[in-house]
Every structure is written in C-alpha cells, then in structure tokens.
Design a protein around this ligand. Structure first.
Ligand code: NAP
Length: 247
C-alpha cells in the first residue's frame, strides 16, 4: 500500500487505535481527532514509533455539527486532503435513560447518526473532483434489527447503514470507496460494563477486518465474520419468536 493521508475521527477509540497501529508501518501520515489532547498525544507518538510518517492531533467535539465544515477546511489547510478516513467515534448510551429523558435520546441519535452523516457529506463535498477517497465508517450489528434493549443506539446505527448504502450507490464508478463496518461485541471501554463472553472480539481483530475490507474494496464488513450469520438469523426470525426474546 502506498503512503496515505489518514484522518481518524474518534482517534482515542480502542478500535481506532488498533486500526491506526496496523496502518502506521505503511508510512501513512495521520491526523488524529478526539476530545482530549492529553490522550491523543501518546497515541500520536506511538504511531510515529511504529513507522508513521507523521501524526498530528486536533481536539474537537465531533457531534458539534455546526462546526464541521469550518473544522474540515482548517484541517485540510494544515494537513492536506485525506485519502482515507476512519469514522470511529460513538457512544453506547443508556437505553432506559433515553426512554425517560428525550435530551439523552436526541444526543444519542446526534452522536450515532446525525453528526456522522454530516461528516460524510462534508468530506464528500470538500473532495476535489476525481480525488480518490476511502471512507470507513463504524456502524454496528445493532443497526440490523430493532431490539428492546438498545433501540435508540440501534436506530442511529441502522439509519447510518441506510445512509451509507445510499452514499455507496451515489458514488458507484467513482474513486470514492465507502466501507460500512459492522462489529459485534468488541472488548473496548464502550463495553466495560457488559459481562464478557465468547462472542467478544479484540479491537485488533476488528481493526484487521477493517484494513482488509479497505484493501479488498468491500462495501460492507461484518466483524468478526460470524456476525453476518448471526444477524442473518436474527433479521429473519419470525415475529412470534422474536417478540419473546429478551435481547
Ligand atoms: N465496542 C463494541 O462492542 C462495539 C460494537 C459495535 C460497534 N461499535 C462502534 O465502534 C466505534 C468505536 O467504539 P469503541 O468500541 O472503540 O469504543 P471506545 O473505545 O469507547 O471509543 C469511543 C470513542 O468515541 C469518542 N466519542 C464519543 N463521542 C464523541 C464526540 N462527540 N466527539 C469526539 N469523540 C467522541 C469517545 O471519546 P472520549 O474518550 O472523549 O469519550 C471514545 O474515544 C463506535 O462507533 C461504536 O459505536 C462498538
């Protein structure tokens, strides 16, 4: 792979860190964006130690949609146009709290869907004609079927899935490559509160699947692969079975 300019939105995410570590030896240049400068700095130094040609950092609340175009213009001026973007930021949220407090539900939808969709539109709008651009966007298997236990987060990821499907369709035959990444359970700070079981994957495993999907120009990747099978079954379960399930 030739050296690239890689923009990582949500660079402190455990999955994003694993992805960047795997990309660094190619000599890529990174712009790492997150909310906390002190946490971004050691991630940047580590990437340079692993072979990255450079790793700049920028602090931003990525859910602030009004600032997206200004931030992107500023970053493009200082860092150059990205060839590859990983959109990794997200929050699991609290389903029960979202049902009690509409502000919490709205924020969950803004973080998981609205802001991500706006970043994708802004990146496409800013792209020079004919410039190649790869957008790897982390959705979730939770978006494949609405479930009682997390339908606010799931709806945001499900909406994102439809949105990216349309973006992929709109850019067919162009140098824009969109990868919708659908992880199952991943052992990251996001799932700290959940009991761990055999279905949990490591961030490294998920990152390897993202890198492979980018290189093979896949449109959608379930990671690990067996979630494709699980979600095919879940999506096709008849209502009289599904309604009794505590999931
Ligand atoms: N872990 C799983 O089981 C799982 C499964 C399916 C999909 N995913 C998706 O995978 C992606 C990465 O999550 P992860 O598992 O790597 O969890 P993680 O380590 O907790 O990372 C999530 C990151 O998102 C950042 N973030 C949240 N809201 C933000 C905002 N408004 N602006 C900037 N950054 C923001 C957080 O920043 P702070 O550190 O500043 O809070 C955190 O670094 C997410 O989109 C998640 O929905 C995860």
């Amino acid at each position: 792979m030739s050296a690239k300019n890689i923009l990582v939105l949500g660079a402190v995410s455990a999955i994003a860190q694993a992805y960047a570590r795997q990309r660094a030896p190619s000599g890529a240049r990174f712009l790492l964006v997150g909310r906390d400068a002190a946490r971004l700095a050691p991630i940047a130094s580590d990437l340079v130690a692993r072979g990255a040609a450079g790793a700049d950092t920028a602090v931003a609340d990525l859910a602030e949609t009004d600032a997206i175009e200004t931030r992107l213009a500023e970053w493009r001026q200082n860092f150059g146009a990205p060839d590859e973007v990983l959109i990794a930021y997200g929050a699991l949220g609290d389903q029960a709290e979202s049902e009690k407090n509409l502000d919490i539900a709205r924020k969950a939808i803004e973080v998981g869907f609205t802001s991500v969709a706006m970043w994708v539109l802004a990146l496409l709008k800013a792209r020079a004609p004919d410039a190649p651009l790869t957008l790897a966007v982390i959705g979730s298997v939770a978006g494949d079927r609405g479930r009682a236990s997390n339908f606010v987060y799931g709806a945001a990821k499900g909406g994102l899935d439809r949105f990216l499907e349309g973006v992929t369709h709109a850019n067919a035959g162009t140098p824009v490559h969109v990868v919708t990444v659908k992880p199952g359970f991943v052992d990251t700070p996001m799932t700290d509160g959940l009991p761990k079981g055999p279905l949990f994957a490591s961030p490294d495993r998920v990152a390897a699947d993202i890198v492979s999907a980018i290189e093979k120009r896949r449109r959608v990747v379930y990671t690990p692969w067996f979630w494709f099978v699980i979600m095919t079954i879940i999506r096709h379960l008849p209502w009289f079975v599904f309604r009794r399930m505590k999931i």
